[in-house]
Design a protein around this ligand. Structure first.
Ligand code: AVJ
Length: 324
């Protein structure tokens, strides 16, 4: 496959608009999707290797010990299917799954979807090396853009992967919306496998977002560097602190950048000046942790039936298999 084969379709992404909206709101916020420029991708890859960031290891374990049950659901009497992965990222975890499917000579094509063209390029070249026979159709788009694209693959059975706990970035409304929309794009019998980070010792969760090496802090600050670069801004990261906060009642881990001082920041390219009071915050991310009941309800209310939850040994994380 050639790099130019990455299909890039228009999506609604409008960084400037979202920036102006989020930074003139009270309290201030920025959508987490913008954390992932080239530097952000690299930092997130580092995060996934941190001891304290248990999510990736837990899901990796689930896929390594992948049950024959799961593969049978996917392969389903060897009827050809499209394996669509929303937010594929570097696909390290998925490689284990792809290997099992290839070993079983399953009839499928793999359609990784990501908003980062950079990470898709990385993924594609890695997969080409490892699985020369894999049919690969990368798609550069956001989740909703990709869903409408799914119609292009009409006819075949669909298995949709939404791994890594990416669902955690959605608010309650957004996750209902997301699965309801997804459900509309699927046919009865199609499958969805979603990775949910589960509620657990809140101290463990907080550490995952406040690692001792400060990589997550760098990841968060990178958003300000990105804004400086793309909009001729003068954010000084030393005037902010990285502050994650976990609420065990809602299961939401929120990450903030908090201004240490009264300051104003100028974004020349947007002709915009933003004032910060001392200790005023910008919310940059929500990572929601689920209970089993919440997962069940989410499936029920969006037109899916839960087939089975797959767990790691600690029960930190689950990949939940649903059928439409
Ligand atoms: C990629 C959304 C699953 O929320 O755990 C990791 C992103 N942010 N550390 C998460 C993230 C800070 C991650 N997801």
């Amino acid at each position: 496959m050639d790099i130019s084969d990455i299909v890039k379709t228009t999506n609604q992404e409008n960084f400037a608009e979202d920036l102006i909206k989020g930074l003139s709101s009270s309290p201030k916020y920025l959508p987490s999707r913008y954390l992932y420029d080239d530097k952000g991708d690299a930092l997130f890859q580092k995060i996934m290797n941190l001891d304290e960031y248990y999510l990736t290891r837990a899901e990796f374990q689930i896929l390594q010990n992948i049950s024959e049950d799961l593969l049978d659901y996917f392969i389903h009497y060897n009827k050809p299917f499209d394996l669509i992965e929303l937010g594929a990222g570097d696909g390290l975890k998925t490689r284990v799954l792809l290997k099992s499917l290839m070993d079983k000579k399953a009839a499928f094509q793999y359609i990784p979807v990501d908003i980062s063209e950079n990470i898709l390029r990385l993924l594609s070249s890695e997969l080409n090396k490892e699985f020369p026979d894999l049919i690969l159709k990368p798609l550069c788009n956001d989740y909703f853009g990709a869903m409408s694209e799914l119609q292009r693959f009409e006819g075949k059975r669909k298995v949709v992967l939404f791994m890594g706990g990416n669902i955690g970035n959605f608010s309650q409304d957004e996750s209902f919306n997301f699965f309801a929309e997804l459900s509309k794009c699927l046919a009865p019998g199609d499958l969805v496998l979603t990775g949910f980070d589960l509620k657990k010792d809140p101290r463990l969760i907080l550490k995952a977002y406040d690692d001792s090496e400060g990589i997550t802090a760098k990841f968060n600050f990178n958003l300000l560097h990105r804004i400086n670069k793309e909009f001729a801004g003068d954010f000084k990261t030393e005037n902010f602190i990285h502050f994650p906060y976990y609420d065990p009642a809602t299961g939401e881990c929120k990450s903030f950048l908090v201004s240490r001082i009264n300051q104003s920041v100028r974004l020349k390219a947007l002709d915009l000046t933003i004032g910060f009071k001392a200790w005023e915050s910008i919310q940059t991310e929500v990572s929601k942790k689920y209970s089993e009941k919440e997962i069940e309800d989410l499936a029920d209310l969006t037109g899916f039936a839960r087939i089975q939850n797959f767990y790691d040994a600690n029960k930190y994380f689950t990949d939940s298999l649903w059928v439409k």
